[in-house]
Design a protein around this ligand. Structure first.
Ligand code: 1QQ
Length: 377
């Protein structure tokens, strides 16, 4: 089911309504049509991540197609990966071979990107991770990009802040051992603890899909840590937080990027209070661009955007800027434009890439309080 013709050929007036005597003039150009695929965790245990990403992308799409009228029209084709590597691979294959997209945004999880990124890279289709925070994502290849702030920046920022303000000395770690993102976060937590001279009192693992964490948490609590470091996606992570409090753990709880979603408050309830996380995005930030985004998001969806929505939103602005720079919907030209991205300022902060296309950006540290994240100070 391949479409005919060259991949991602510059699409000009293919609708047939344009008068034949006015081909795209050189220099001024016709309207570029760009079909972009999106692979999201849209169903299953992490569906709130994918939903937030879809919401952010659709908001940006409306704004950009309006602003770019006559120059660029973007289309989004969403595919649900279910948060599975296999699902992500299938989605990427379909978007490339059947839908002939010029680029792909997603997939949601680092593990999915590790599985599906090579497929896009080999096909020379730019693939842009908006929530892939693990180390090694960019090593997949030169068609792989991300604006996701790596855990290697976010977690140390949160830990330093927590150690400083809470005087932590002893920490225990718990993480999902069957999820690439969670394993990477755990490694960063452990390395950071060692670097900071913290004592590690214990370690425990669970699997995504687990619902009972009492055995692990009972054991860890007995090691008497000042803080529990949790590397997990929101569903399991929130249940871990809730159970730890139920078991009477009163110390600090600190988590990774997986907690940056409002589902945490739904699942953990008041037990979420005090949870410390680092994020590149806060809807509270007193910044014109951020507040305009929050306002537009709230008007459209009747809720505040989270980090996943914000990074998705930014990614389409980056695509727009890069496609306009390329002057055509061409995969290679788009890749080159993306690689040149410098000092892009989005709602999730300033973004530029290092020589390996790793994002460089800042994290803010937030703490859960009464059903939302507020600055940790
Ligand atoms: C990753 C993440 C997750 C929290 C995305 C939902 O950061 O998989 O890299």
């Amino acid at each position: 089911g391949c479409s005919s013709g060259n991949n991602a050929a510059p699409a000009s007036n293919s609708g047939g309504s344009a008068p034949a005597q006015t081909p795209a003039a050189e220099g001024s150009g016709g309207e570029i049509t760009a079909k972009i695929g999106v692979v999201g965790f849209l169903s299953g245990s992490g569906a709130a991540y994918g939903e937030a990403q879809k919401a952010g992308l659709e908001l940006a799409l409306g704004e950009l197609n309006e602003a770019n009228k006559g120059k660029l029209k973007m289309e989004l084709k969403f595919e649900d990966s279910g948060g599975e590597k296999e699902g992500a691979i299938n989605a990427v294959n379909k978007l490339i071979n059947q839908d002939n997209v010029v680029a792909i945004i997603g997939p949601t999880l680092s593990g999915e990107m590790f599985a599906a990124g090579p497929v896009a890279n080999e096909a020379e289709v730019p693939i842009f991770g908006i929530s892939n925070t693990s180390e090694g994502i960019n090593d997949i290849g030169e068609y792989v990009f991300r604006n996701s702030l790596p855990e290697s920046i976010a977690i140390p920022t949160a830990m330093k802040s927590a150690v400083e303000k809470k005087g932590l000395k002893k920490v225990a770690l718990i993480y999902a051992s069957n999820d690439d993102f969670s394993v990477n976060g755990y490694k960063v937590m452990k390395a950071t603890a060692e670097k900071m001279g913290l004592e590690i009192t214990g370690e425990a693992t669970f699997s995504n899909g687990d619902v009972d964490f009492s055995a692990q948490l009972t054991k860890l609590k007995q090691t008497n840590p000042d803080a529990l470091l949790v590397s997990a996606l929101y569903k399991e992570g929130s249940m871990v937080v809730k159970k730890a409090r139920e078991l009477g753990f009163q110390g600090t709880i600190l988590g990774g990027n997986g907690f940056n979603n409002p589902k945490v408050f739904e699942i953990a309830g008041p037990a979420a209070d005090g949870l410390i996380v680092a994020t590149p995005f806060s809807p509270e930030k007193q910044d014109e661009k951020v507040q305009a985004f929050v306002k537009a998001f709230e008007a459209k969806y009747n809720k505040k955007p989270d980090q996943f929505a914000a990074q998705a939103y930014d990614s389409l602005y980056i695509m727009s800027q890069s496609l306009l720079g390329a002057g055509k919907a061409d995969r290679e030209a788009l890749r080159d434009q993306l690689a040149q991205l410098k000092d892009f300022t989005g709602v999730s902060g300033k973004l530029s890439f290092d020589e390996k296309r790793n994002p460089i950006g800042d994290a803010v540290v937030v703490v859960a309080k009464d059903g939302k994240f507020v600055p940790f100070e």
